[in-house]
Design a binder for this molecule. Structure first.
Ligand code: AMP
Ligand code: MG
Length: 320
């Protein structure tokens, strides 16, 4: 029997009983549990095989509940919350003592956001606790953007995937931390850098493992297909390198006429970056199922969401 269901009341019952439930968000599906339940949070880490040093994002229903999670809110954090919530911006702020260490990997900061998905907003409003929800995929594999992706990963391990349709943003939230009350980008994501700079001015990006070993979502290899995957700025030049191999191609918008390509998928036929972001993981899931020898992905224009998509493709193609 399928574990996929649209029944929000059932999700409320399971989460209240300290169970783990997969939930939809506008970014990717999350594996959710009560932040105050050690049992639920441990089950999230075990199900994902996520190392305990990798902290979780706390999901809240409204800006009002922020002061139950964090100690103080710098002015620019308040501006960002007002500009983008509900939406795919995660703020890393000084945590309240009541936030369990297992959520924050022992750090004195906590990551928090309001997701912009009607089903999950209703769910959060009906619960009397926030939800911790990392992406609903085994650690370092491709993130899930449909209920079916989650079911394929975890049907024997969890009782329910709350179905909210395909994720509209399609890549993870943009994570912003604060140093001396000034915002810093820890992870590029579904809110474009330019949109954030419009609210808080020029912002530093520190999203490399070597620079911020304590922002573990930035591990070098992440979001990765099982199939060997390469990223290129010039498809026609790289194709001969894989002659005789079964090649799957991911282009931004163009169709490549070349007999050596077995299958090709464009992220957006009209060259739209928002559409590309929402299609990215599904395209990777589709090609990864096809027993190809190699997936070749084309680098996108390096602005707006193109920058965030290139960041994900870079990690998907990184060697361990
Ligand atoms: P995921 O939920 O899988 O998208 O991953 C959440 C990511 O948020 C983690 O991998 C970290 O990079 C980041 N994160 C969560 N909490 C913190 C924190 N307190 N400080 C820095 N980064 C954090
Ligand atoms: Mg993840």
């Amino acid at each position: 029997m399928s574990i996929i269901s649209k029944d929000i009341s059932k999700a409320v019952t399971l989460l209240t009983a300290e169970e783990v439930v997969a939930i939809p968000t506008e970014t990717v599906y999350g594996l959710a549990g009560n932040i105050y339940s050690e049992k639920a949070i441990k089950a999230i880490f075990e199900t994902k095989k996520r190392p305990f040093f990798n902290p979780l994002i706390v999901h809240i229903p409204s800006i009002d509940s922020l002061n139950t999670i964090v100690e103080d809110i710098p002015e620019k954090a308040q501006l960002l919350a007002e500009a983008f919530w509900p939406g795919p911006v995660t703020l890393v702020l000084k945590k309240k003592n009541t936030i369990p260490d297992i959520i924050t990997a022992g750090k004195d900061t906590v990551a928090v956001r309001i997701p912009n998905h009607p089903t999950t907003l209703e769910l959060l409003n009906r619960l009397d606790f926030p939800l911790a929800a990392p992406s609903a995929n085994p650690f370092s594999s491709i993130s899930p953007t449909t209920a079916q992706h989650v079911e394929t990963y975890f049907k024997d391990q969890i009782k329910m995937v709350l179905d909210g349709g395909a994720c509209t943003s399609g890549i993870e939230s943009t994570i912003i931390g604060f140093e001396n009350d000034e915002p810093i980008i820890y992870r590029l994501g579904s809110t474009a850098l330019e949109d954030i700079e419009r609210i808080v001015g020029n912002i530093e990006i520190k999203n490399r493992k070597e620079i911020t070993p304590d922002a573990p979502g930035m591990l070098e290899r992440h979001y990765a297909p099982k199939t060997k995957t390469v990223l290129t700025g010039n498809i026609l030049k790289i194709l001969p390198v894989y002659k005789g191999k079964r090649i799957g191609l991911i282009t931004f918008q163009s169709e490549i006429k070349d007999n050596s390509v077995e299958v090709q998928l464009a992220l957006s036929k009209t060259g739209n970056l928002t559409e590309s972001a929402s299609n990215l993981y599904d395209v990777l899931h589709q090609l990864d199922k096809m027993q190809l020898d190699v997936i070749i992905a084309e680098r996108l224009p390096d602005h707006g969401l193109g920058k965030s998509i290139n960041d994900r493709l870079q990690r998907a193609t990184a060697n361990i």
